[in-house]
Design a protein around this ligand. Structure first.
Ligand code: HEM
Length: 201
């Protein structure tokens, strides 16, 4: 997988590492899921176009998404340390950096086997199986499945002004955002696997 930051400069962000869980679905099944999402090579092209537009805005996007979380107590509470009831700032900062890297990797759209495996890992890290482990945090035990899935809407809907900053036509901006929607739904579908009853995914 090209150009992923290793754990040295971005602690805990480790696609391709032996510590990462292996995808429970095969690459052929992943191809089928992409077809289910109507995710095509054209979407890959528009995501890559969005890369140049977003590459210097990843941190601004994370700040914006965090603003949404801060506005809703039930979401903000996920970031509190369970011992002190205060926000765990170190945990928040570490996760924020990985979230910004995610923006770039989503836009690069190099969705190979290592990426597919990492999506299972991201699901596990929101779920009680692996949440808090990477950063040795003591925050909420897990993100509820409904908030994880629902937040996909809060992630992509407010992206438009950021996508517009590249100076592309309204139609091209729309296509870039459509590609982001499809990728987000594809990813949140993969992330939901640990939340489903065995045999239901
Ligand atoms: C569908 C929308 C969401 C996206 C795109 C997203 C994205 C991410 C990414 C990229 C990571 C880092 C994964 C890694 O370790 O490499 C992460 C972790 C995390 N996210 Fe989300 N997330 C979403 C929903 C949510 C929601 C709703 C919350 C709660 C308000 C949340 C809270 C967290 C926390 C606490 C972590 C750290 C988990 C850990 O302990 O490793 N996420 N998220």
């Amino acid at each position: 997988m090209q150009d992923h930051h290793g754990s040295k400069d971005l602690p805990g962000y480790n696609p391709g590492s032996p510590d990462v869980a292996k995808s429970p679905i095969s690459f052929d099944e992943f191809r089928e899921l992409k077809a289910t999402c109507l995710f095509t090579d054209e979407d890959v092209a528009y995501l890559r176009l969005s890369y140049d537009v977003l590459k210097d805005q990843a941190e601004d996007l994370v700040t914006m998404w965090r603003g949404i979380i801060a506005q809703h107590t039930h979401l903000a509470n996920y970031g509190l340390d369970r011992a002190t009831g205060e926000p765990d700032k170190e945990y928040g900062a570490a996760v924020g950096k990985r979230f910004a890297q995610w923006v770039l990797d989503t836009a690069r759209a190099d969705y190979d086997q290592a990426w597919l495996d990492y999506q299972y890992e991201v699901g596990l890290r929101h779920h009680r199986s692996k949440k808090n482990k990477t950063d040795h945090a003591n925050a909420a035990v897990q993100i509820r499945g409904r908030d994880l899935i629902g937040f996909a809407a809060a992630t992509v809907a407010p992206m438009r002004p950021y996508l517009e900053k590249g100076g592309h036509s309204a139609e091209t901006v729309q296509r870039m955002q459509d590609a982001w929607w499809k990728s987000m739904i594809l990813q949140v579908t993969l992330w939901s696997q640990p939340y489903m009853n065995a045999g239901d995914f």
